[in-house]
Write a protein that binds this ligand. Structure first.
Ligand code: UD1
Ligand code: UDP
Length: 363
């Protein structure tokens, strides 16, 4: 019997761990699974909504770390998770993605000589100014099993000198959740609730580089103002961005855009529905670049780089510079019917959890 901890902390972790939790649960004689929630995200709409929609049980441990500076948050996670590890002594810890909870829990485990598996390994934006890039590099450097979503992940790891036998191309686990719940999502009444009957573009925004300085945030809001003259915009707003709009006194500016529908963050089914029916998506999210590629919906990513290049080379994603005119022009290209077509990358097929569990049955 292998005892395994699955770590979640922030919104993008839940849809990655849910399919794995369910797949391991099919083999109760071989695996004892514990779900550990660090509490990095804690608002109902950033956490509990996903446990409900993704049909996940309550976490076995809830560390309640909350928000803080990088140092404080990482330290709190490490201090509290180490206690759990010492008490519970798992045989393996699985972490996902690139948030602070990912690297903090991986460091804890590896220092206690507990093997670590990193789900979504090998992705690189090559921009060390991004906190996520640091989390990715750290986590990959100390993980024993590097589970990659796309061949570029394997290439990056090999280029960094990671031995081939540690790398497993398993595919994109977010797509497991998406495929499982897309029919249910189709039935969401979110558009009626917002009162939208016509075309719309969907927006999300939360990268510190876009929202933590007034100039950058204004550059983007000015573009939204212009685009909203041609199409409705639906903007489920991340708590970091809400906080920054208040801090920079931009609430009036946002309120004045009459076709901009600002709503609180929405649950998983509602958000999938908003993506699948959107004319296009404007975002700086990691996961949404992938989900929009799966749906075949054009995605304009407001970033100078991406750790998910396959969404550009094969999918429907386009990078857009942080410049008001560039953002408006890219939106206009789509609005005039010039729509980027893509295809679904290999192993984004709903079977990634199955491939991962097989690895741990065999090893
Ligand atoms: C984090 C991740 C980021 C990921 C994003 C997904 C890191 C370094 N960043 O960014 O990679 O893309 O989650 O959404 O791990 N807040 C609330 N309620 C919550 C959570 C946060 O109000 O439930 C507010 C707090 O003011 C907090 C701020 O949002 O200070 C930022 O939260 P934090 O978890 O530090 O970073 P994110 O921007 O959410
Ligand atoms: N998402 C959601 N509701 C929202 C915004 C996003 O359910 O209001 C989902 C989205 O479908 C995707 C994940 O959250 O599965 C992406 O998380 P986020 O953008 O917060 O993080 P990132 O991927 O950038 O790390």
């Amino acid at each position: 019997m292998k005892k395994i901890h699955l770590i979640v902390g922030a919104r993008p972790n839940f849809m990655k761990m849910a399919p794995l939790y369910k797949e391991f649960a099919k083999f109760p004689k071989e695996f004892e699974i514990k779900l550990i929630h660090t509490g990095q995200h804690y608002d109902e709409r950033m956490s509990k909504f996903f446990f409900d929609d993704l049909q996940m049980p309550k976490p076995d441990e809830y560390l309640e770390v909350g928000s803080g500076t990088h140092g404080k948050q990482t330290a709190k996670i490490m201090e509290r998770y180490e206690e759990v590890l010492l008490k519970d002594k798992p045989d393996l810890v699985i972490v996902a993605g690139d948030v602070n909870s990912t690297s903090a829990c991986a460091i804890d485990a590896v220092k206690l000589h507990i093997p670590v598996a990193h789900l979504e390994a090998g992705l690189r934006s090559f921009a060390r100014s991004m906190p996520e890039e640091i989390n990715r590099i750290l986590t990959d450097a100390i993980s024993d099993y590097l589970l990659t979503p796309s061949p570029d992940g394997d290439e990056n790891l090999l280029a960094e000198g990671v031995p081939e036998e540690k790398i497993f191309f398993v595919g994109n686990i977010m797509i497991d959740s998406l495929m499982q719940y897309q029919d249910r999502a189709k039935g969401s009444d979110i558009l009626e609730r917002i009162g939208i009957r016509n075309d719309y573009a969907l927006i999300t925004l939360h990268r510190p580089s876009n929202v933590d300085n007034k100039k950058g945030l204004l550059t983007i809001l000015n573009a939204f103002e212009e685009i909203s003259k041609s199409i409705n915009l639906i903007f489920p707003i991340h708590p970091r961005t809400t906080k920054q709009i208040q801090a920079f006194d931009l609430e009036e500016k946002v309120k004045k855009m009459k076709n901009l529908h600002l709503i609180p963050p929405v649950g998983y089914y509602d958000f999938l529905k908003l993506q699948m029916d959107a004319k296009f998506i404007l975002t700086d999210s990691g996961g949404i670049q992938e989900e929009s590629t799966y749906f075949g919906v054009p995605c304009l990513t407001l970033r100078p780089n991406t750790e998910r290049p396959i969404t550009i080379t094969q999918g429907t994603n386009t990078l857009v510079k942080l410049n008001t005119d560039d953002i408006i022009n890219e939106a206009k290209i789509i609005l005039t019917g010039n729509i980027k077509k893509g295809s679904i990358p290999k192993y984004w097929d709903g079977k990634t959890a199955e491939r991962i569990v097989k690895i741990f049955k065999d090893n």
